[in-house]
Design a binder for this molecule. Structure first.
Ligand code: GLU
Length: 504
């Protein structure tokens, strides 16, 4: 049987890095086994509809290079892939469960539910659930007579369908990461399966769709573990247990204090979402890794090793290498701590590995936002190669390479002044005169002229290089100074040195 996995997000907001890691592990597992990766949109909760959220998910997956084989956009043999478009499929299964005695109609109004919660509330049980202890006292098809139920149904009384959780069973399954996991059914409430508006809840829809879409392995965040007993029973009650996917519940990603949250990101200044997300209600912007200047290769790499390793010390992996070596058994069951400094290290390593032509478009974009329009792509590529070792995030290219295209706006003269002298000024005045006569503007020519003049004046070239650097670059950074002079050209070099000399 060929492997089929799915990522099943509810499109309600930004895509957290834990969510991307879930997609990634699904994707790697599928590709490792030559299987299919399905993207299914779980949008049955109409009250949580957020405009743009679905498109945002597609964009994030595209940026990460995690393209689904089947999805609402790509289509596929088991569509539709949006649960709201599958609405009609679910009712029959909920009705079958009622007919077989595994589920029941519940007619309780909001007020009746609130009243039950109020009445059953105790110190030990502050938020009572709708379960085997209370169901006999409520207005449902288990408590009412057959004719009462018929009358309510005939009158189209709004109702939901709830699963009837057994009072005293122990359920178990083998999680691919955690091993055997057990549940007491008596502790789980009678979850709603079909809502009054005819929409299934997540619990019913996830089981029906995983079955109909022939999903073989289902990987999801560990926050879904408490729902597993409900799902286990549905697989069984619907007679599909032989087809139940193998499950893996992925551990949490931890921040500085517990589960990594949006708030941690805001507090400590690092992104938590894959791409920028603006809350549609509050207008609050949460920064994304993309906009922060991460390469997708680095983002994928750092997520892959956040909770998984291949048993060696290796840390840098391309997508192909990950596909080849990924193994669900090597995913740790304990939460993995996110470290932004380490995340930046990955990005730095990936920037160093990338050829200029792969960085060019994005780097040019950052330059443009900084007011530098790139006309000479060949020059841009050279600049990228020259400075990429000094860049951790993509916007760093502006700081590290902007001076190749535009004279610095400020000069860090304080770094020069303490050791500045008349002699040095004289040196630079004469050097300018020498440079003006240079015909072939080449690194060696510029450098030799500098060294010869320094020797003639008995000044150590090292003492002159810092001032020269500040004159050309604006500060104490950048690649070799004569390389910079060569790249920016004769006219620009002379202009910058002469300008600085007027200030010194
Ligand atoms: N719709 C669920 C979510 O938003 C999916 C959980 C699952 O993968 O079963 O995370």
């Amino acid at each position: 049987m060929s492997v089929r996995v799915r990522f099943a997000p509810s499109p309600t907001g930004g895509l957290h890095l834990g969510g991307v890691r879930t997609v990634l592990y699904n994707y790697l597992f599928a590709k490792h086994h030559g299987g299919e990766f399905v993207l299914r949109i779980e949008d049955t909760d109409q009250t949580r509809f957020v405009p743009g959220a679905e498109e945002y998910i597609f964009n994030c997956l595209k940026w990460c290079g995690l393209q689904p084989d089947e999805s609402p956009v790509h289509g596929g043999p088991y569509g539709p892939y949006r649960q709201s478009e599958r609405k009609e499929m679910y009712r029959q299964y909920a009705e079958k469960l009622v007919a077989d005695g595994y589920a029941y109609y519940a007619f309780d109004t909001k007020e009746e539910l609130e009243q039950m919660r109020e009445e059953c509330k105790t110190d030990e049980n502050p938020s009572p659930q709708y379960d085997h202890q209370v169901r006999a006292k409520m207005r449902n098809s288990l408590a009412l007579t057959e004719s009462e139920v018929k009358a309510l149904l005939d009158a189209h009384t709004p109702h939901v369908i709830r699963i009837k959780m057994p009072q005293n069973d122990v359920l178990s399954f083998t999680d691919m990461i955690r091993g055997e996991v057990n549940f007491q059914t008596g502790l789980v409430d009678d979850k709603v399966l079909l809502k009054a508006d005819g929409m299934p809840t997540y619990h019913l829809a996830v089981v029906v769709d995983d079955y109909l879409m022939k999903i073989t392995h289902a990987f999801r965040g560990e926050e879904w573990l408490p729902s597993a007993p409900v799902h286990l029973l549905l697989w069984k009650y619907l007679g599909w247990d032989a087809y139940m996917p193998q499950w893996a519940h992925l551990p949490l990603i931890l921040g500085p204090s517990g589960k990594l949250s949006k708030r941690d990101g805001a507090k400590y200044g690092f992104p938590v979402f894959a791409m920028n997300w603006t809350d549609t209600k509050t207008n609050e912007l949460t920064e994304g890794f993309f906009e922060k200047g991460f390469l997708p290769e680095a983002f994928i790499n750092l997520l892959a090793v956040l909770g998984w390793n291949d048993g060696t010390e290796k840390e840098l992996y391309s997508m192909d290498e990950l596909i080849a070596s990924f193994d669900m058994k090597r995913v740790h069951s304990a939460g993995a701590k996110f470290d932004f400094e380490k995340a930046k290290w990955f990005n730095h390593e990936w920037i160093k590995k990338m050829p200029a032509e792969k960085l060019r478009v994005q780097v040019a974009g950052y330059f443009l936002s900084a007011g530098i329009a790139i006309e000479d792509v060949e020059k841009l590529d050279k600049v990228i190669e020259l400075v990429k070792d000094r860049c951790t995030l993509l916007p760093d290219f502006v700081q590290q390479g902007g001076f190749f295209f535009k004279a610095p706006e400020t000069l860090e003269l304080d770094a020069v002044k303490p050791k500045w002298s008349e002699e040095k000024k004289q040196f630079f005045n004469e050097y300018v005169d020498v440079l003006k006569t240079v015909e072939t503007w080449e690194l060696t020519v510029i450098e030799n002229a500098f060294k010869e003049l320094a020797a003639a004046k008995n000044i150590k070239p090292g003492e002159l290089q810092l001032p020269m650097r500040v004159m050309l670059v604006g500060g104490k950074f950048g690649p070799a100074v004569f390389q910079i002079a060569e790249m920016i050209g004769k006219e620009e070099t002379l202009k910058r040195v002469e300008y600085a000399l007027r200030l010194l």
